[in-house]
Write a protein that binds this ligand. Structure first.
Ligand code: NDP
Length: 283
């Protein structure tokens, strides 16, 4: 039976660390770190994510600003708000909750956020810095995944890592972070023939596909570290991952549950990134 990687507990410890650092910083800079979250429209899942981010910011002792804009907000208006926040010395982190309404170009919005306040790590300059090995703000979910893998105590160096999924927000950056940790990395995707043959070679398997319980126990190498990024609703409306937990935990050495695995880590990393931006602004 695989050991459970308890993302909830690990993320709680990280949030407490951030909280302690903020408390210790006290009034040294005359203000607390400030995270601004912008949400456009009424997407119910986005509302929940934003609420959780704001709650976490309050928990760690940051100032949190939530800007809720109506669905029909124009792109120009949104870009204008972002530019104002970029210029505001009291704001350390700016996050625009995705997805945005279809009439707004997400790429343009992300790249309008100042690179130094891009706490999601999605800005083209942060992405470019990540891929060229320069100092950057790392994207929250991939950064959280590396924390979870490290929490097992395994040495990533020299391990075979397989990432299933190649999105810009999860698959590709997590592959780069694993590469930086000296794993031998394979990225699989929807055109990969015989996926099971590839995943069975993985000492570290990260699955970020968005397909309910797609990776089953027989696709996993015995003893592997399995990180399930997926957040799907099954036919009964139950939250489930991309990995079939019941069959996978019998084979894996370590495995993340859904919920309680990667999800809470994303928010903890957002807190860490915002704190890093705050210190960088005050350097
Ligand atoms: P995307 O839809 O952007 O990417 C999915 C990737 O999976 C694509 O690269 C696609 O391949 C690949 N894929 C699709 N079907 C298959 C298949 N049958 N076999 C192999 N690969 C396949 O998703 P995201 O990366 O944005 O998200 C993935 C999952 O992670 C979702 O469930 C999402 O909700 C969740 N998520 C969770 C977060 C968290 O904080 N816990 C944060 C972000 C995402 P191709 O490129 O060839 O189309």
């Amino acid at each position: 039976m695989g050991q459970i990687i308890d993302g909830k507990a690990i993320s709680a410890a990280i949030k407490d660390e951030v909280r302690d650092k903020i408390a210790q910083t006290g009034d040294r800079y005359g203000r607390k770190p400030c995270l601004c979250v912008i949400i456009v429209g009424e997407n119910p899942a986005s509302q929940v994510y934003v609420r959780n981010k704001v709650k976490a910011a309050e928990y760690v002792g940051m100032t949190s600003l939530k800007i809720a804009l109506p669905e029909d907000t124009s792109e120009a208006e949104l870009l204008g708000r972002i530019r104002e926040l970029n210029a505001d010395p009291g704001v350390d982190g700016i996050l625009v909750q995705l997805p945005l309404p279809r009439h707004i170009n997400e790429e343009k919005v992300i790249d309008t956020i100042s690179q130094a306040k891009d706490v999601d790590g999605f800005h083209i300059l942060n992405v470019g810095s990540l891929w060229t090995g320069k100092r950057c703000i790392q994207p929250c979910t991939p950064k959280g995944i590396l924390h979870l893998i490290r929490s097992t105590g395994i040495d990533i160096q020299g391990k075979r890592a397989v990432v299933v999924g190649r999105s810009n927000i999860v698959g590709k950056p997590v592959a780069k972070l694993l590469l930086d940790a000296n794993a031998t990395v394979t990225i699989a995707h929807s055109r990969t023939p015989d996926l099971a043959e590839v995943t069975r070679q993985a000492d570290i398997l990260v699955v970020a596909v968005g397909r309910e319980r797609m990776v089953r126990g027989e696709m996993i190498k015995p003893g592997a570290v399995v990180i399930d990024v997926g957040m799907n609703r099954d036919a009964e409306g139950k939250l489930c991952g991309d990995v079939d937990f019941d069959s996978a935990e019998k084979v894996a050495g370590w495995i993340t549950p859904v919920p309680g695995g990667v999800g809470p880590m994303t928010i903890a990393m957002l807190m860490q990134n915002t704190l890093e931006c705050f210190f960088a602004h005050n350097e």
